[in-house]
Design a protein around this ligand. Structure first.
Ligand SMILES: Cc1cc2nc3c(=O)[nH]c(=O)nc-3n(C[C@H](O)[C@H](O)[C@H](O)COP(=O)(O)O)c2cc1C
Length: 318
């Protein structure tokens, strides 16, 4: 597979493992890079010292290209950007903020930048900021979502219309079929979170991963719009949040219901009743915790097989 995304990042397959708090340590990111995709370290849940350690481990674990995901609301942002530059990281995927402020600084250090957006309005801002690629993420995705609730199916063609930049689709993609569909809509690569969050190499707790394999298609819901819209598994904590939201609770009350370190408690430490459990809608299709190598092989095989099947199938002739 050779297209603008594989060429931009020097990877075999246009598959990026999205940076995920409490999941994307060096084990997951290096496994994805070693399997021919682009692994990203999730800086969002790491103190700068921890990130430095993971960067060193990453360098020891792979010689393939990899990057760092940096949510721009990171509290020690300047310190962590200095660290990323000092450590010679080559690729950064920024999210949750404006791409304007830091893209030039990364470019001056020879770092390629992709930025995550959830609407075409922000895709235009990315183009103005000079990013190298855009990730367009629909609201079926795991993690923090766009307020506008635009699905991947609706978002990709609209972003494709407003920019000519290399485009990566994210949200609801966990099979080769879905990857092919995203490419048919105009994407040139995919960013996958949920499928890799439930992999063997993900640093999420076993309790969280096991719970993920039991969920149906109604297992998650978008909540916390007054704080930061987040797709959550419907556990006891979610129910408390939903009740508070239905009687109009404001952001401060919602934050106090969440309590401190809610996503660490849930995803990393395995408090599946009272922790904040972030995962995407497509989780309902994942019934096994598998190694990354196997996940990637299946994805690429499904993609190629489906592409060939479509070419020879009467279902599409009318
Ligand atoms: C547990 C979890 C944590 C996430 N944390 C982050 C994050 O720290 N930064 C970010 O940009 N995106 C984050 N995301 C979003 C992913 O990077 C990715 O874009 C998204 O999961 C893609 O949609 P999918 O989950 O349907 O595959 C997270 C997703 C999950 C499931």
């Amino acid at each position: 597979m050779n297209n603008r995304i594989t060429e931009l990042f020097g990877i075999d397959y246009p598959v990026i493992a999205g940076g995920m708090v409490w999941c994307s340590g060096w084990r997951l990111a290096s496994a994805v890079s070693n399997a021919g995709g682009l692994g990203l370290l999730g800086a969002g849940s790491m103190h700068p010292e921890t990130l430095a350690e993971h960067i060193d481990k990453m360098n020891a674990a792979t010689t393939k290209p990899w990057g760092v995901n940096l949510p721009l609301m990171y509290p020690e942002i300047d310190r962590v950007i200095d660290l990323i530059i000092e450590k010679g990281v080559k690729i950064v995927f920024t999210s949750a903020g404006s791409p304007k402020k830091y893209t030039q600084r990364f470019h001056e250090a020879g770092i390629k930048v992709a930025h995550v957006v959830a609407s075409s309005k922000f895709a235009i801002k990315c183009q103005e900021a000079g990013v190298d690629a855009i990730v367009a993420e629909g609201f079926e995705a795991g993690g923090h979502n766009g307020r506008e609730e635009i699905t991947t199916m609706a978002l990709i063609p609209q972003v494709r219309k407003v920019t000519n930049l290399p485009l990566i689709a994210a949200g609801g993609i966990a099979s080769g079929q879905a990857m092919l569909a995203a490419m048919a809509l105009g994407a040139e690569g995919v960013q996958i979170g949920t499928l890799f969050a439930v992999s063997e190499e993900s640093s999420a707790s076993q309790e969280f991963k096991q719970l993920c394999t039991t969920l149906g298609d109604d297992g998650t819901m978008l909540a916390l719009k007054k704080v930061s819209p987040t797709r959550l598994i419907k556990n006891a904590l979610f129910e408390r949040i939903a009740q508070a939201e239905s009687r109009g609770a404001e952001a401060d009350e919602l934050r106090s219901i969440l309590g401190p370190k809610a996503s660490k408690r849930g995803i990393f430490e395995g408090d599946i009743d009272n922790g904040e459990l972030e995962i995407g809608q497509i989780v309902s299709t994942i019934k096994e915790i598998r190694p990354v190598q196997q996940i990637m092989a299946t994805l690429i095989e499904e993609y190629r097989q489906t592409k060939a099947d479509i070419a020879g199938s009467k279902q599409f002739d009318f």
